[in-house]
Design a protein around this ligand. Structure first.
Ligand SMILES: Cc1cc2nc3c(=O)[nH]c(=O)nc-3n(C[C@H](O)[C@H](O)[C@H](O)COP(=O)(O)OP(=O)(O)OC[C@H]3O[C@@H](n4cnc5c(N)ncnc54)[C@H](O)[C@@H]3O)c2cc1C
Length: 475
């Protein structure tokens, strides 16, 4: 799309030359996120530095009916910040101020472009932290976390992003700035909840008030080694069935272990078929006994070894191995696609059997990484994009796995969102009335479809038109 020079100079007047990215080479940086099977560069990137600037540029775009897509750090793994039908990208990478730390009330007010881990870094010296901890936390932004309702290894006990939000500052697609407030159990609709997980389709989040947590008195991290994924999966259910809710309960299979061991040298046993990383936290008193019970539950399901991180350094290395596992996959393959689905945790062994079968039938290696306690699977499908037809097989294999998640009573995404990747599966996941309700909700905030158009709810409206038109205003 070409923009008229008057608009470009008006936009430049708002964000400055440093806030505008133009030209093919510079725009190529923005052509994809972590879902590299789809690529398309925007025609213009705007990087406002303040909420007022964000509001001004969105007003200028809205006046000309030019759609835009929000972007944080571009670590999404479903293509959510791909331009699609929007030609302009509005990024938050220059909105990185921590506006206020109110430790007495345990609230941080941060701008949307603040990197997740920076929130914890700002308060950890005082014994606080920000709980949602996506494995990408050293790069992803708070705005992106809100848009995706991101989770992380500690979601099992502490919940996802929406459980830690008190208020959002938002620029609506019209350019109007509003605060959506939940502080003090504000009455009325929970608009923070509505915005969270809406994948940038309702407006641009410019700041958030987030809840801070006090660090637990004690924490201990166990590594349980299993002969295979089925045994480890059964142990996950056994731990929860014993009435224990670990802070984190993560699984890696043999393929992932081989990659992270090569990268980080933690000392995982070379013959392990799968490992569970189990973190327990709380009061120091009783934690040893809890660890003992967890160990026994694992041994009861076939664990050959239970190791407890000896000190903070070993614990940190274990978590580094887990949280950087995606990056380590580069040691095994030129390309991989991270899938993201959910099943009830008791059905993990069944979905693992499906993944094994799909892997064999498609001739594609699939590594398994899981937020196992949540039943959230991440099959990593390894491929080589230079081999003709391989990328298409990856898409088809991923599609089969996600449909199997639905058949098992789960969902097509646990935390990575719909983006462009899973739009075609929304009709399988939701009924027509639900999709129509989602479309209506989006239209209430984004009536002209100017903000991240054609994402989340399919635009092929054949599946949602069934319940329209319908009477309005009592008519
Ligand atoms: C190695 C790796 C590990 C990961 N681990 C996890 C994990 O453990 N848990 C998890 O949940 N996810 C994980 N992810 C996925 C990803 O990091 C999260 O979805 C993250 O929240 C995206 O943040 P971002 O700033 O990169 O957003 P982007 O990728 O830039 O955008 C994601 C979506 O949010 C929208 N958006 C971004 N900023 C805003 C804003 N300010 N206002 C409105 N909409 C906005 C975009 O339009 C897009 O639809 C991982 C990704 C990688 C690459």
């Amino acid at each position: 799309m070409t923009f008229d020079s008057k608009l470009l100079s008006e936009l430049r007047a708002v964000v400055g030359a440093e806030g505008m990215v133009e030209g093919r080479a510079s725009l190529k940086v923005y052509e994809c996120d972590g879902y590299t099977l789809a690529k398309a560069a925007p025609d213009l990137v705007l990087l406002p530095q303040t909420t007022a600037q964000a509001s001004e540029v969105i007003k200028l775009l809205a006046a000309r009916r030019i759609p835009f897509v929000p972007r944080g750090a571009g670590t999404g793994v479903s293509g959510g910040c791909l331009p699609g039908d929007a030609h302009v990208m509005v990024g938050t990478s220059r909105m990185r101020a921590i506006r206020n730390l109110d430790l007495a009330n345990r609230i941080a007010e941060v701008e949307a472009g603040v990197v997740n881990l920076e929130v914890t870094r700002a308060v950890e010296g005082r014994g606080f932290y920000y709980a949602p901890d996506p494995s990408s936390q050293s790069a992803c932004t708070i705005g992106g976390n809100v848009a995706e309702n991101s989770g992380g290894p500690h979601t099992l006990k502490y919940g996802v992003t929406v459980n830690h939000l008190l208020a959002l500052e938002v620029v609506l697609p019209s350019g109007e700035v509003v605060w959506l407030d939940r502080c003090g159990e504000a009455p009325g609709f929970d608009l923070v909840g509505v915005f969270t997980g809406s994948e940038g389709t309702l407006g641009l989040v410019t700041a958030a008030k987030v809840r801070l947590m006090k660090k637990c008195e004690a924490v201990t991290t166990l590594l349980a080694v299993f002969p295979g994924v089925p045994e480890a999966s059964r142990a996950v259910s056994a731990i929860i069935a014993a009435g224990i809710v670990p802070a984190a309960l993560e699984m890696m299979d043999a393929l992932v272990i081989s990659a992270v061991e090569a990268a980080y040298r933690f000392g995982f046993p070379s013959d392990a078929g799968a490992v569970l990383i189990i973190e327990l936290d709380g009061l120091a008193a009783g934690l040893d006994a809890l660890a003992e019970r967890v160990g026994q539950a694992c041994i009861g399901e076939g664990a050959s070894e239970i190791r407890r991180a000896a000190d903070e350094a070993e614990r940190a290395l274990l978590w580094k191995s887990r949280k950087r596992a995606f990056g380590a996959m580069g040691r095994l393959t030129p390309n991989y696609c991270t899938q993201d689905g959910v099943v009830p945790r008791s059905r993990l062994p069944e979905i693992v059997a499906v993944i094994t079968e799909v892997s064999a039938r498609y001739g594609l290696r699939i590594a398994n990484l899981m937020h196992a306690g949540d039943g959230n699977i991440h099959p990593l499908i390894l491929y080589d994009e230079s081999k003709p037809g391989e990328a298409e097989r990856v898409v088809a294999a991923g599609d089969e796995i996600l449909r199997a998640c639905l058949d098992l009573g789960g969902s097509i995404t646990g935390e990575h969102g719909i983006g462009v990747e899973k739009l075609g599966l929304m009709g399988a996941a939701f009924g027509t009335e639900t999709l129509a309700a989602m479309a209506d909700l989006r239209a209430a905030f984004n009536p002209l479809g100017l903000c991240n158009p054609n994402k989340v709810v399919p635009t092929d409206r054949s599946c949602v038109e069934v319940v329209r038109p319908r009477p309005r205003g009592g008519g």
